[in-house]
Design a protein around this ligand. Structure first.
Ligand code: SF4
Length: 447
């Protein structure tokens, strides 16, 4: 029997706004201190022998999902996309020209928005341009996020032609009342057909994204969604907590007229989904991912090779990720650089032959160490603090309270997050973040 009083007490104390730690420092800490020369130096300094990963942002969708927190735009005609593709191709040439010739590519990820908003010939144009400047080979993994409501046979054929290895389908929830509230009607049969079509074209690595905490959800509905999702056997599932941030995404206010789960309900929904997935041969990976036991993510976790980056948990070992398109973030060993979110500034920078970078941050030696510590904690739920003595600062004091509350156990210098503490892993990570200050309305809550 669950100790609901104890869960409630933990939620009262620890369910506050905290970064997701897909990077350290988090993007909220980025400033405008990345200059054109800084970015050119970062690109030019990438060693020819080391493979990189690339991220391409496609900021367009057919319809607005009311929970959406992404950088995207709803279009009802294609001409802005054509203009964007031209700029994107110029950016790829500009950035590619600043790197050592033809760096090998580990992973090429298309995110958005909905990359399948593109017409197949435009997707091919982007890949061709990337291939002029980078070494995209049969070893390169090509992942693409897609909206199953608009993923037609032509696009799936194109995916097969260009060698797409993994497709992430936005599923979110199969319940009709939930789908109505979030403005995303997507029957199970539509997703099922999409999965079959992908398999028929030889694309067998499929991810689903689900969301917990949407309006009209209950333990019963999320359990049913998880069961339906598992019945389609995706290789991986990401089960994200809904981030209600109406101060940043005003359309989310429209969801406030519906019943929405509080901290305890979200906690219990997560447990219910976890139970369904783990009893269907999925392994829990980190804080919000699941993978089939034969999937590379599950294998990486069991071998201690799991990594975390802006896309969440990954097996990608590249030290650098170069981002293209509005709002995309590039990540280097010593710095992050984010492209402008403003389409007008993006266009004028590219037309002026400038990198469209707007903000970022340089990682000090200590930042790099803390980044490794937090990544280790988020991936493995344990860390040997003895390896990080120089950056512990006052964190040991905050950790004592967490230990008293049963979230962690510290033996000598070894910190382990307990099963009770796992849902609060981001809170544990924040104890090591010297930039973190408790503030409402900056990040989504921990649960
Ligand atoms: S499809 Fe994805 S990116 Fe597009 S509006 Fe919906 S949630 Fe946002």
């Amino acid at each position: 029997m669950k100790n609901i009083d104890n869960i409630n007490a933990l939620l009262d104390k620890y369910n506050y706004s905290v970064p997701r730690y897909t990077s350290f420092p988090p993007a909220t800490h980025f400033t405008q201190d990345i200059s054109q020369d800084d970015y050119a130096d970062l690109l030019g300094g990438l060693p020819a022998s080391k493979a990189v990963s690339l991220y391409v942002h496609i900021p367009f969708c057919h319809e607005l999902c009311l929970y959406c927190g992404c950088n995207t735009k709803i279009l009802n005609n294609y001409s802005p996309v054509e203009s964007y593709i031209k700029l994107l191709l110029s950016e790829i040439a500009l950035v590619g020209g600043a790197t050592t010739n033809k760096l090998p590519v580990n992973l090429l990820h298309f995110g958005g928005g909905s990359p399948n908003y593109l017409k197949p010939h435009d997707l091919k144009k982007i890949i061709n341009k990337i291939s002029e400047f980078f070494d995209v080979s049969s070893q390169t993994q090509i992942d693409i996020e897609s909206d199953p409501r608009y993923l037609d046979d032509k696009m799936i054929n194109c995916f097969a032609d260009i060698g797409v290895t993994r497709v992430s389908l936005g599923v979110q929830d199969f319940n009709h009342e939930v789908q109505t509230a979030i403005n995303r009607i997507q029957p199970f049969s539509q997703v099922e057909k999409c999965v079959k079509n992908l398999h028929n074209h030889g694309i067998n690595k499929i991810n689903f994204d689900l969301i917990i905490g949407l309006p009209n959800q209950s333990i019963e509905t999320v359990t049913q969604t998880a069961e339906l999702a598992a019945s389609l056997s995706p290789n991986r599932l990401a089960v994200f907590p809904y981030a209600h941030v109406p101060w940043m995404k005003k359309h989310q206010k429209l969801l406030e007229k519906y019943p929405m789960a509080d901290g305890l309900e979200r906690f219990l929904m997560n447990e219910a989904v976890d139970q369904v997935l783990t009893s269907n041969n999925y392994k829990a990976i980190g804080t919000d991912h699941y993978a089939r036991n034969d999937d590379s993510l599950a294998i990486a976790q069991s071998q201690g090779r799991l990594k975390r980056n802006f896309q969440g948990y990954t097996t990608d070992i590249s030290e650098a990720i170069i981002g293209f398109g509005h709002s995309s973030i590039s990540s280097f060993k010593t710095a992050y650089a984010q492209n402008t979110l403003d389409p007008v500034a993006y266009r004028s920078d590219i037309n002026d032959g400038k990198f469209p970078v707007q903000r970022g941050c340089t990682l000090s030696d200590n930042d790099q160490i803390i980044s490794r510590l937090i990544e280790g904690l988020m991936c493995n739920f344990e860390v040997d603090l003895g390896n990080y003595k120089d950056v512990l600062g006052n964190s040991l004091n905050s950790l004592k309270t967490l230990e008293k509350d049963g979230l962690i156990v510290i033996s000598g210098m070894h910190l382990k997050i307990t099963d009770t503490g796992k849902p609060f892993t981001r809170i544990v990570a924040s104890c090591f973040d010297p930039y973190f200050e408790r503030q409402e309305n900056q990040h989504a809550k921990a649960i």
